[in-house]
Design a protein around this ligand. Structure first.
Ligand code: FAD
Ligand code: UDP
Length: 373
């Protein structure tokens, strides 16, 4: 029996924005998630008075004012600016690649000196049209930055040689010749005060939500529960992997509560050498300036070491690996998806795209508005 207009698979950001907008238009939505909590990968939970980003550090940043205004309806944002530091062996560098990085690396002061060194290294690399991440990195920042700050980190993060990765991944990082450690170029940036989960809670008001419910089991008993389905899980899993597996990277988090006030002095510290097995350490309290909600300091701290691994069935997929093989395979699944009547695919896993949160909101708003026009 049809009871809902939409069955939304996934209580992450895409599913929740879709549900919110559809509910506002008078549609009845049932949202299911196989996890035992809402919010998908942006889920945050309080530990020792600190909002812990359970599935990895999430910094909201966007240049899209509509998206910024949209998300600000559901939380107040603080003025956090992401400025990670990178540790390579016993050397410490500022990120993204900027004058602080270059000055430390080459003991220079001016943008001209930095540009001259990079230009010389670029010429030595002699790359005209970068075909992969390594060539892209060498032609953007030269060999020193590539060897110390990119190669080891990227190969740990993606489990593949930099020559087998698409160049767009490295273009996510700004390169500047100013003393500016802001990791993003976007106009708006911050962390929601009190965490992300409350945002999704508010987005889901008015929808029915069933947790610990896997779609593939649920649909057996409820084949006709809704007119339409919004599916934000893995697109290849939806089609029972019949054309082959898309590859994903996942992250294992090793969390520790420490009896000290300040472990590393920054929210994000990257370990860029290959030999250190984790990619970065997150110290969550620094996302909210190390204060609790009443503005008091917190005696303990929570840290997470991130270990990147290849996805296997049974664990959470995080990053699509958008190389040629997977992009071709995705396009084939997309053809099947386009023929699937009454099912809309969305989100990072449904679109197999390295979406940031703002892009997910944009995509969900666009999707719901074309659906309900
Ligand atoms: P998800 O959050 O993955 O939600 C999909 C939901 O569907 C999940 O809850 C899942 O359990 C559920 N689901 C899947 N299959 C089924 C099924 N068969 N049955 C029922 N439920 C199912 N973005 C930024 O803007 N800034 C950042 O700093 C940032 N950092 C990140 C760090 C990490 C480690 C990762 C992995 C991502 C980061 N992102 C960041 C991206 C951000 O997490 C995503 O853009 C966003 O969470 C995607 O939302 P979504 O709804 O598409 O996917
Ligand atoms: N990267 C790097 N060194 C760093 C940080 C990032 O080489 O210290 C590269 C790496 O390939 C990574 C990409 O830049 O996958 C994008 O980094 P970002 O911080 O955007 O990754 P995310 O937060 O999505 O994990």
């Amino acid at each position: 029996m049809i009871k809902y207009d939409y069955l939304i698979v996934g209580a992450g950001l895409f599913g929740a924005v879709f549900a919110h907008e559809a509910t506002k238009k008078g549609k009845k939505c049932l949202v299911i998630d196989k996890r035992d909590h809402i919010a998908g990968n942006i889920y945050t939970e309080k530990v020792e008075g600190i909002n812990v980003h359970k599935y990895g550090a999430h910094i909201f940043h966007t240049s899209n004012k509509t998206v910024w205004d949209y998300i600000n309806q559901f939380a107040d944002f603080n003025n956090y600016i992401n400025s990670p530091v990178a540790i390579y062996k016993d050397e410490l560098y500022n990120l993204p690649f900027n004058m602080n990085t270059f000055s430390k690396l080459w003991n220079i002061k001016t943008p001209k000196e930095a540009k001259d060194i990079i230009e010389k290294q670029r010429k030595e690399a002699a790359i005209t049209e970068p075909k992969n991440l390594e060539e892209q990195a060498l032609s953007l920042v030269g060999r020193d930055v590539y060897e110390k700050l990119i190669k080891g980190y990227t190969e740990k993060q993606w489990g593949r040689a930099c020559t087998d990765l698409p160049s767009f991944i490295i273009k996510r990082l700004p390169l500047r010749f100013t003393y500016d450690n802001n990791y993003f170029n976007d106009r708006y940036q911050g962390i929601p005060i009190g965490g992300y989960t409350q945002i999704v809670e508010k987005l889901l008001e008015g929808s029915e939500v069933l947790l610990s419910t896997d779609f593939f089991e649920f649909k057996e008993g409820h084949p006709d529960i809704a007119e339409r389905i919004v599916f934000t899980g893995m697109i290849d899993e939806y089609f029972e992997f019949k054309l082959g597996n898309l590859e994903y990277r996942t992250v294992r988090f090793e969390n520790e509560i420490l009896d000290e006030e300040n472990f590393q002095g920054n929210a994000v510290v990257n370990y860029t050498e290959r030999e250190v097995p984790y990619t970065r350490i997150i110290e969550h309290k620094h996302f909210e300036f190390a204060k609790d909600e009443n503005g008091n300091s917190i005696p303990k701290t929570v840290i997470s070491r991130e270990y990147s691994t290849e996805w296997k069935p049974g664990i959470e997929p995080y990053y699509p690996v958008n190389n040629d093989r997977n992009s071709d395979l995705y396009n084939k699944y997309k053809e099947l998806a386009d023929k699937e009547e009454n099912v809309i695919f969305g989100g990072r896993l449904g679109h197999y795209k390295y979406y940031d949160m703002d892009k997910v909101i944009e995509a969900a708003l666009e999707c719901v508005s074309s659906e309900l026009k």
